[in-house]
Design a protein around this ligand. Structure first.
Ligand SMILES: Cc1ncc(C[n+]2csc(CCOP(=O)(O)OP(=O)(O)O)c2C)c(N)n1
Ligand SMILES: [Mg+2]
Length: 268
């Protein structure tokens, strides 16, 4: 998935590559281990819903959709181009498997609450996952939704937050301090776990714990995932301007080599 992200990023020469690399393990864990879906029928009624709140993370989501067999790998080369089904910001009207048009930040969890209520009303066994970013915790609507999820006992709702400590305008703790963030979710009545979001076994364990208590009448879960922007490519991990990265023509190959070198010996 990280290689897909680099391939997509190179199409435009720039973009949200750092987020895709940082959150790749989160996407991998949820798609490979948790979500019930049918690749050949992305609109299958019984599917779990995965709502990408952070539209700009679409590049990371497309890498997951490709590995899940929902979007052809060959189509990734069209990322962000005119007439592509894979726009830079996620759009439900264009992309199979993209449930919502996120990107106007702070709305994903509100939609997830409505989706979870609707599914329960219909007697569906589907779960709802919402992927959001630490920047979205600046939005009041996120906390309204968090309180609403607890009030309505949406135990089949799981939020996963990419805490990369970064936002468009700088480091999160310089823009609007969200810590102690676990306490805030707990105060809203959620079952809270905080993990290293680049540690796949830790992510899988956290998802299992969330699944174990998922129920249509219960306590919603949040998994707070501390990640590193650019994870797996040291050249990009060190970038100062990391929110929207410009990567020079000669650097893409270096990125690929660094990524491949990092996986050597891991059997991947
Ligand atoms: C409601 C809203 N306000 C502002 C923006 C502009 N914006 C786009 S990305 C972004 C940063 C949000 O924080 P985060 O997702 O944590 O950033 P990242 O970690 O990707 O750098 C902002 C403010 C937006 N898309 N929507
Ligand atoms: Mg962030």
């Amino acid at each position: 998935m990280r290689h897909h992200a680099l391939d997509m990023g190179e199409v435009q020469g720039q973009g949200y590559v750092g987020q895709a690399l940082g959150a790749a393990d989160m996407f991998a864990a949820v798609y490979a281990d948790q979500l019930r879906f049918r690749a050949e029928d992305p609109d299958w009624e019984g599917r779990d819903r995965f709502l990408l709140s952070t539209g700009h993370y679409a590049i990371g989501h497309y890498a997951a959709l490709a590995e899940a067999g929902i979007v052809p790998v060959s189509e990734l080369a069209t990322y962000g181009s005119d007439d592509s089904r894979l726009p830079m910001s996620g759009m439900s009207t264009y992309t199979p498997g993209m449930e919502i048009s996120g990107g106007s930040l702070g709305h994903g969890l509100t939609i997830a609450v409505g989706t979870a209520l609707g599914l329960r009303h219909r007697g569906s066994a589907a779960r709802v996952f919402n992927f959001l970013s630490d920047g979205e915790l600046d939005e009041g609507s996120t906390w309204e939704a968090a309180m609403g999820a607890h009030h309505h006992r949406l135990g089949h709702l799981t939020a996963m937050v990419d805490i990369n400590a970064l936002q468009a305008d700088g480091k999160t703790d310089t823009v609007l301090r969200t810590e102690p963030v676990a306490d805030k979710w707990a105060a809203c009545g959620w079952f809270v776990q905080r993990v290293d979001g680049n540690d796949v076994p830790a992510l899988l364990a956290a998802f299992d714990a969330a699944a174990a208590q998922a129920a249509p009448e219960g306590v919603p879960s949040v998994i707070l995932c501390d990640t590193r922007v650019g994870k797996g490519v040291p050249l990009l991990e060190e970038r100062e301007k990391a929110h929207f990265m410009r990567i020079e023509e000669n650097e893409w190959q270096i990125c690929r080599e660094q990524l491949a070198a990092g996986y050597q010996g891991e059997g991947k």
